[in-house]
Design a protein around this ligand. Sequence first.
Ligand SMILES: [Zn+2]
Length: 308
Amino acid sequence: MVTSAPEKVRTVLGDINPADLGVCDAHDHLFLRSPQLPGQELDSVDAAAEELAAFRAAGGVSVVQWTPHGMGRHAERLPELSGATGVRIVAATGLHQAAHYTPESLERLRAQGLAELFVRELTEGIGHSGVRAGLIKVAGGFHGLDGHARWTMTAAAEAHRATGAPIAVHLELGTAALDVLDLLCGELAVAPHRVILGHLNRFPDLALHHQAAEAGALLAFDGPSRAHHATDWRMPDAVRSLADAGFGDRLLLGGDTTTAGARSVCGGPGMPHLLRGVRPRLERAVGAELTELMLTVNAGRAFGVAWR
Ligand SMILES: [Zn+2]
């Protein structure tokens, strides 16, 4: 009889039991840099520490950073930040859309092998930091997948097969969810419960949300943000609709702070808003019990894997 390894969440300070993840911001960023967000970089270690402390003070226990390779993750700083603030942190490997990189750096990655890079960052560490990633982040396009998305998702599936790591997907404005599932779970045979779809709230087509949940994927609702203010208010309705259909066990919640001005310590909603704003609103929509499950048990299940 084959017994598989116990499921663990891979944090920057080591592997932990999923139950120890506690109240989790399942999709956020401490550090982020992209040519697409000039002048808005999340780059300050001090601001990151203050934001984590504010999240901790609001009752938060853990944060999953979805910043992928080459976007200023500052992996080497994450262990000290986690130690100093008492907030558990999970880091990511993976690759975002091509627009976030220079053509030269993408060429280098093609030459060195993307799946190999992902596996190395998941099992040995990011750069020379010794900090191991706990998920693979990739991205789709607007209502479709281009060659870059197919390349990165194929590498993600390969790295998933080698390590067991979950795959978290940025859906561009919440679209192309079914294309992503067709590719990852159809063609590339990744188990649907190992795929986390982000940003569906930016495209509040409830029928589509139901299809993605029915397929077995996890749905990560995130925000709010100024850019997505027009759809953010519909999130509680989407969550309630999915919960009513019996999909409450595959819903995740995150803050997705992507700019310096969005941090709570800079006057934005930031990470504490998940617990001070989103949580009470969802408690009204689906009750306290399910809201708590989404913030704790669901996150543990999403990021807890039997690492290979
Ligand atoms: Zn994000």
